[in-house]
Design a protein around this ligand. Sequence first.
Ligand SMILES: [Zn+2]
Length: 244
Amino acid sequence: MGIDSAQLQPDLRSVRQVLVIAPHPDDATIGAGATLAALAAGGAQVEVVNITCGDKGTVDPSQSPKDLVAIRQAEERTASAILGLSAVRFLDFPDFAWLEERPVTLAILAEIRRQKPDALFFPDPWLPDEGHPDHRTVGLAAAAALVAAGLPHVFPEAGPAVPSPFAVLYATNRPNLFWPAGPFWERKRAALRAHQSQFPGALPDLLMGYWAEQSEKWDGGDGPKEALRVVSALLMHMAPQIDV
Ligand SMILES: [Zn+2]
């Protein structure tokens, strides 16, 4: 067909630069913590960019949103260190505020053009049961930024055009890659526990059990895996797929 198969089927194991887009300061851990820890342990630079500040993430009416931002940033830094990631950043868009897609796309595009990642992790905005507007908007913005990365006339203020990274969608129900978590499963559990404001008490263990069960239903019982969807940049536009 005249197209190198590597362009259509990128190999996540070969990445050197990874940019992770997270709507909130816990989503990278939840969505792909074990995979990111494994890639970092293998020598890749893994940087997480948290789009919103997470100031609405509480069920406690007495919790000050302003204080919560500081708490969640500290938790995210701790989790990121547990996972062995290279850097974590915070763009501080407001949480649960029906973000506009355009400014978020510009912000993500600037991150892509600065870091020039091989792989861009972001939440699957087409997850059918996703109820959180930040996850839908940030996912769509990340997909648009990926497509725009190499187009110099799209948001030139975001920096010089760079080759588009391939997409790694997390929190997806259309996985095409089951990443064996191995020893990094327990690192993910520890990182999840670090997000105490979000996952108090037994919640980390409950969720880890649920995710392990889900991956077993999808891909067998030989240890917990993270379900991801890897899509080449070439297939992120006008490319219907029936592979899942
Ligand atoms: Zn989130």
